[in-house]
Design a protein around this ligand. Structure first.
Ligand code: ADP
Ligand code: ZN
Length: 794
């Protein structure tokens, strides 16, 4: 037999290898293998099997990694779709579907020595005191890890070895699973009685789950066979069928479904839901009960949450419902903060089918849950679902495609849905479910907008705190209630300028100014992390002015000012400068929860999902910060952020209050957020998107060229535009914008130029783009990044 292998090195093709007889049993589609390539050994994934090869002499596969095929046929199919839709090489797409720890077998199961008491025949021999103590422990627990036994008996391994010599115990290495949450004491929870809106939402989701195909027997034989033959019959590795096969019509607004949809795929609108519920409306409870239903059907579930809200608090809610009590299902967590050993174990628990629920950030969408009944994408509007390096996939969109492929129901949840998802509800592609009120009868907080222009006094700097906000903080400190202050910018001052000669401290690698970090006494670039000393006089040779001026503010300055204003309050800042170790986040939130902190100052890190009943005031220091960015989503982002941050207030018995300080207080994004009016915002914003045919009305692809030589980059961009006109110019309604310098022209020493493509549909466009890119020759030191459905336009 011959194996077709996609190698991890960027070659965009498959290679044939001979399967040696001794490996025949182990090699299957989806196996990870090591093969010779030239003089090297490289890793790859078997993407097909064949009887014969066009090549006469084939080299053998050297080694198979892992006891099971690591990439299941379903995930392989998903990876192919990603490669095609997002215009990236198959090996790049394949790489992203396995965690590093599993892919490279960097980690393996941890083996620990276990001691087991053996049956005693006849009289127990007389034992010395220490051995006897050990034996007594073993009488109570006939098997336990050696280290634990030694700790209990307070003795050394030699004692146990003597018992082994006597034939009383056996000592052997056994797999001992790592459990990253072993030290948590999680109390089981019971399903809550749902309020009418929740009940209605759950009923709709359950009905769709009933409609989807029942779980088949979990015999791996049948599952492996059919896709294998499918791959064999496909016309080569780059069979074009995939794009249509998976019904990208879901993502592709306006594409009519394929003439004869594959029978296994349910009608799209019945299987994807958008659960739009205000903050605190009980969306999580709906997720939990829907997952319970999937388990009852013999299926598993994937829960995606943004990395930033993958807090112990979130994980606990899922573990508490499922990992103890009646259901006793393992919940595996895939998290970048785990050690590679923990990640290895968590992933394999899913692959072996022991964990039926996978919870994690973006890449957890590739968790090999099988059969898959349900995918939850919480905070579906979050931009962190988009991967900003190849493959540039959007986990929410991959979730929808995977759901369709595997007949699973997909639930997108948010208090501030993305315009894309809401639009798809309007088009009948998703079903909208609404939870208009907070679940626990708490009122939505009162939001007050403060016009910061009123605080300006001639000759004086604009204060950080308006008198209204200052007064409100003082009240809370007095009443021992808690305050959250939000500013989405770290550091102390955002720029350093000489008032005499105009010198500005800029990053030598990027086109941005350096931020002053007072605590660390350094200037720092927030793009490339370049660090420079703080000058005591103007660095300009001809100037040397000792009075340099700092302007703009960051979280450090907010903190420092608070300390002066409220010396008696306990103030803690939380941003990525403070959080150096993974325990820090936990510790600070823990302290805040138990009331050891009065005021928490932070960046977007504190905007999401936190639930603290004693927080009665939230202050947003500078709400327009994100509004003035050169990005058509600036308004949407501001609306989302304000709504989310405001949602942190009033989660307890006392009503919450939110102060939003802004210099453009009448901007619609701010006004609609004040009224908690998503629909209003949506309608107003859609007018603008409609006019310019921006998403969700049209679709865009962003091509970015970068290189160290600006001339070459510009020249390459012109050449690319020319080639694009030839290759995709006749795609219906296509608009090519640019080339133009990227809003951030220079980043990390590279100059960047962009071309934006706008079209009605994406599928046809991305196919042609892929072809063009393959034949394109660019100067060696200029690279091209293709971003389909981009999120970051900078
Ligand atoms: P969301 O996920 O929409 O932000 P949560 O699921 O965190 O909302 O719910 C907010 C609070 O309401 C939680 O304390 C939760 O336990 C409670 N809650 C949710 N559903 C119910 C219900 N049906 N009855 C009573 N309390 C509920
Ligand atoms: Zn820089």
């Amino acid at each position: 037999m011959i194996a077709r292998v996609t190698l991890e090195i960027a070659l965009r093709k498959e290679f044939d290898y001979f399967i040696p007889p001794e490996l025949e049993e182990q090699v299957d589609v989806g196996s990870r293998v090591q093969v010779p390539f030239g003089s090297r050994k490289v890793l790859g994934c078997v993407t097909g099997l064949a009887e014969e090869s066009a090549h006469a002499t084939l080299k053998p596969i050297l080694k198979v990694i892992g006891a099971q095929t690591l990439v299941t046929p379903k995930i392989l199919k998903l990876a192919r779709w990603i490669g095609e839709y997002y215009c990236c090489a198959p090996e790049t797409a394949l790489k992203s579907v396995l965690p590093e720890a599993v892919r490279h077998e960097q980690a393996n199961w941890r083996e620990r020595l276990h001691v087991r008491a053996l049956p005693v025949t006849g009289e127990l021999p007389k034992l010395p005191k220490r051995q006897k103590e050990v034996w007594r422990i073993l009488e109570g627990r006939p098997e336990l890890p050696l280290s634990e036994l030694l700790a209990l008996a307070n003795t050394t391994a030699a004692t146990v070895r003597r018992l082994e010599d006597r034939g009383l115990v056996s000592v052997a290495a056994e797999i001992s699973e790592r459990d990253p949450y072993a030290r948590e004491h999680i109390l089981p929870t019971q399903p809550l009685p749902l309020n009418p809106a929740q009940a209605k939402a759950l009923a709709a989701i359950k009905a769709a789950m009933e409609g989807s195909p029942k779980a088949e027997g979990r015999s791996s034989k049948t599952e492996v066979r059919s896709p294998k033959s499918e791959i064999r019959s496909a016309a080569g590795p780059e069979a074009q069928g995939w794009m249509f096969d998976v019904g990208c019509s879901m993502l592709d607004v306006g594409v009519s479904p394929p003439a004869a949809p594959p029978p296994s795929l349910p009608a799209p609108h019945s299987s994807t839901f958008l659960l739009h519920g205000v903050t605190g409306s009980g969306k999580t409870e709906v997720y939990l009960q829907a997952i319970a239903h999937a388990l009852e059907q013999g299926k598993g579930a994937i829960v995606l949450v943004p990395e930033i809200s993958l807090t112990p608090q979130t994980v606990e809610r899922f573990k508490a419902r499922f990992s103890s009590g009646r259901l006793q299902t393992l919940v595996a967590v895939l998290h970048s903060h785990l050690s590679s050993g923990e990640r290895h174990d968590e992933w394999h628990k899913i692959r072996q089918g022991r964990a039926r629920i996978a919870i994690g950030a973006r890449s957890a969408i590739f968790a090999p849950v099988e059969p898959l009944g349900l995918v939850i994408v919480d905070e579906e509007h979050e931009h962190s679902y988009k991967q900003e390096e190849a493959p540039r996939y959007h986990a929410r969109d991959v979730a929808i495609v995977r759901g369709q492929m595997e007949g699973a129901v997909v639930v997108l949840g948010s208090a501030t849905p993305s315009l894309e998802s809401y639009y798809n509800c309007g088009k009948g592609k998703y079903t909208l479910l609404q939870l208009p009120e907070r679940a626990d009868d708490k009122k939505m907080p009162v939001v007050r907008i403060v016009d910061m222009r009123q605080t300006a006094r001639p000759g004086k700097a604009i204060p950080i705190f308006s008198p209204q906000l200052k007064e409100a903080i003082a009240q809370r400190v007095e009443r021992k209630e808690q305050v959250i202050l939000f500013l989405n910018r770290r550091g102390y001052s955002t720029s350093l300028q000489c008032p005499l000669c105009g010198f500005v401290a800029e990053c030598p690698n990027c086109s941005v100014s350096l931020t002053y970090h007072r605590q660390e006494q350094k200037l720092c670039c927030h793009i490339c992390s370049h660090v420079a000393p703080v000058p005591s006089v103007c660095p300009n040779e001809k100037c040397r002015n000792p009075a340099i001026r700092y302007s703009g503010l960051g979280t450090q300055k907010v903190e420092a000012t608070l300390v002066k204003l409220f010396p008696e309050a306990r103030i803690v800042r939380m941003d990525s400068d403070v959080l150096k170790r993974k325990e820090d986040y936990r510790r600070i939130l823990g302290d805040f929860r138990v009331g050891k902190i009065d005021i928490l100052v932070g960046t977007q890190m504190i905007a999401k999902g936190l639930h603290f009943p004693n927080v009665t005031l939230v202050g947003i220091i500078y709400a327009d910060l994100a509004l003035h960015q050169p990005d058509f989503r600036a308004g949407e982002r501001t609306f989302q952020l304000l709504t989310q941050v405001a949602g942190r207030a009033g989660r307890g018995d006392i009503e919450g209050e939110v102060f939003v300080q802004a210099f453009t207080p009448f901007h619609p994004a701010i006004q609609f957020a004040r009224r908690h009016d998503f629909e209003g915002f949506y309608e107003q914003e859609m007018e603008f998107r409609e006019q310019l045919k921006y998403p969700p009305v049209g679709r865009i692809a962003l091509l970015t060229l970068k290189g160290r030589n600006e001339e070459k980059v510009r020249f390459s961009a012109d050449y690319l535009k020319h080639e694009l006109e030839k290759a995709v110019g006749n795609v219906k309604d296509l608009v090519i914008v640019g080339p133009a310098p990227a809003p951030l022209l220079r980043a990390e020493t590279y100059y960047r130029y962009q071309i934006m493509l706008r079209a009605q549909r994406m599928a046809a466009l991305s196919q042609r783009l892929a072809l063009l890119i393959r034949s394109l020759t660019l100067p060696e030191d200029v690279t091209l990044a293709v971003d389909i459905d981009p999120v970051d336009l900078m």
